[in-house]
Design a protein around this ligand. Structure first.
Ligand code: FAD
Length: 383
């Protein structure tokens, strides 16, 4: 077993770092407080080959491994936390499901634009009455000629206000087996957005309404029975979310470490107080432990798809660790840490959201417990 990067991985990390320092370091603070999608960063990353890292070369991607995408997202985040969202959208999110399960026609219509950094795709799973219990979703796909009419609504959809297309989880029939997915163009008739709302992180979202929106047959990604495949693809999204949790925790830690080595109180550097040294020791242990869990899940990924169990363990741990570390880093930086002059408070706010998004920590622990006891535990009444 070797815990070091290969020479190729190191070279890739160094090239991403040089790119990030040259193009993303300046403006990192402004970007974190801007609400719009960073399209300039998106186009730059497309040129640099940082979108579609794991997408097959035949489909316009780089044909790399999931680990490469993890290296890219971590390295970008270490320079500009907000820009890591672009790496997420271009590699880990619904784009990966589209690349894996989409038809040549769907890829031609959307993937090219997404990989060029000109567009973004969102995933619409969550509904007002179906959050953690996602299989309770009620958005329906009803046959109409060769195509389908989509009716229902989605909430909390990341990037929805800027997305060209939504990968929407829909119900073709009853039960878990009735769930599949379709691509819905956000400009098509019958698609409407509610009022914009803002998360604690500053990200905007808007409720999406599908009022009998017509989807042609060629825009079905997975028919009924597709839920398992969909979740296999969603585990990739979770790895991106895990990576950003840890990377933003590390970003905040690095800023606090630098601060502790230059800030003096009581005539001594902060790093000379044992009360703060122990905080740093705890932070370091959490970051290193999370790093190993994340790399295990990514390195073991089979054809780019990580195992559900290793992903759940990595995500639950890193979501908590990233938040705890960022929060402690803020504490160490005192009033400066709490101020928007530094990016540390931003890291705390972002990390907080990932404890909920993409499968909350509690839901992931339920999944881990099922692996521990090698049985399922229904969460439903009488289950
Ligand atoms: C920043 C952010 C981005 C998001 N982006 C997207 C997106 O792009 N697309 C999308 O579809 N959705 C998105 N979501 C929605 C997200 O997936 C849901 O918020 C999440 O699944 C939880 O659902 P809920 O908010 O309805 O909470 P609920 O399901 O109502 O849960 C409330 C609380 O109860 C706990 N809980 C629920 N059931 C159990 C149980 N059985 N055992 C133990 N605890 C339980 C939960 O962990 C949570 O703490 C995003 C959310 C956030 C915060």
């Amino acid at each position: 077993m070797d815990f070091r990067f290969t020479p190729e991985q190191e070279a890739f990390r160094d090239s991403v770092r040089r790119f990030a320092e040259k193009h993303l370091a300046a403006g990192a603070l402004d970007r974190a407080h801007a609400t719009d999608y960073p399209w300039d960063v998106s186009r730059l990353m497309a040129k640099q080959g940082l979108l579609g890292i794991t997408v097959a070369e035949a489909d316009g991607g780089q044909g790399g491994a999931l680990m490469d995408a993890v290296i890219a997202i971590e390295t970008v985040a270490s320079v500009c936390p907000r820009s890591a969202d672009v790496v997420q959208a271009g590699n880990f999110g619904p784009i990966r499901v589209l690349a894996e399960y989409g038809t040549p026609r769907q890829k031609e219509r959307y993937l090219e634009r997404l990989l060029a950094g000109e567009g973004v795709i969102s995933v619409g799973m969550t509904e007002p009455e179906a959050g953690s219990a996602v299989t309770d979703l009620t958005t329906t796909a009803t046959a109409d000629g060769d195509g389908y009419r989509i009716s229902g609504s989605k909430i909390f959809t990341t990037h929805a206000p800027y997305a060209d297309v939504i990968l929407a989880y829909v119900r073709f029939g009853p039960g878990v087996g009735g769930i599949g997915s379709v691509l819905v163009d956000t400009k098509s008739p019958g698609v409407r957005f509610g009022q914009r709302s803002t998360f604690m992180s500053g990200e905007e979202w808007a409720q999406i309404y599908f009022d009998d929106a017509y989807v042609p047959p060629e825009m079905v990604v997975l028919r009924e029975g597709g839920f398992k495949k969909q979740i296999a693809g969603f585990n990739v999204e979770r790895i991106g979310n895990t990576s950003r949790s840890l990377a933003l925790g590390r970003y905040a830690y690095e800023r606090a470490r630098e601060w502790a080595m230059q800030r003096k109180q009581f005539g001594r550097l902060l790093c000379e107080f044992q009360g703060l040294q122990w905080k740093f020791a705890d932070m370091k242990m959490k970051l290193d432990a999370g790093q190993l869990l994340l790399y295990r899940a990514a390195a073991n990924a089979d054809r780019g798809f990580p195992s559900a169990e290793e992903t759940a363990i990595a995500k639950a741990y890193c979501n908590q660790a990233g938040f705890d570390v960022a929060n402690e880093a803020l504490q160490v930086m005192g009033g400066l840490g709490y101020s928007q002059e530094a990016l540390v408070e931003y890291c705390v706010r972002r990390c907080r959201g990932w404890m909920i998004a993409g499968g909350s920590i509690e839901i992931l622990k339920n999944r881990i417990a099922e692996s521990v006891f090698e049985r399922t535990f229904s969460q439903r009444p009488g289950g």
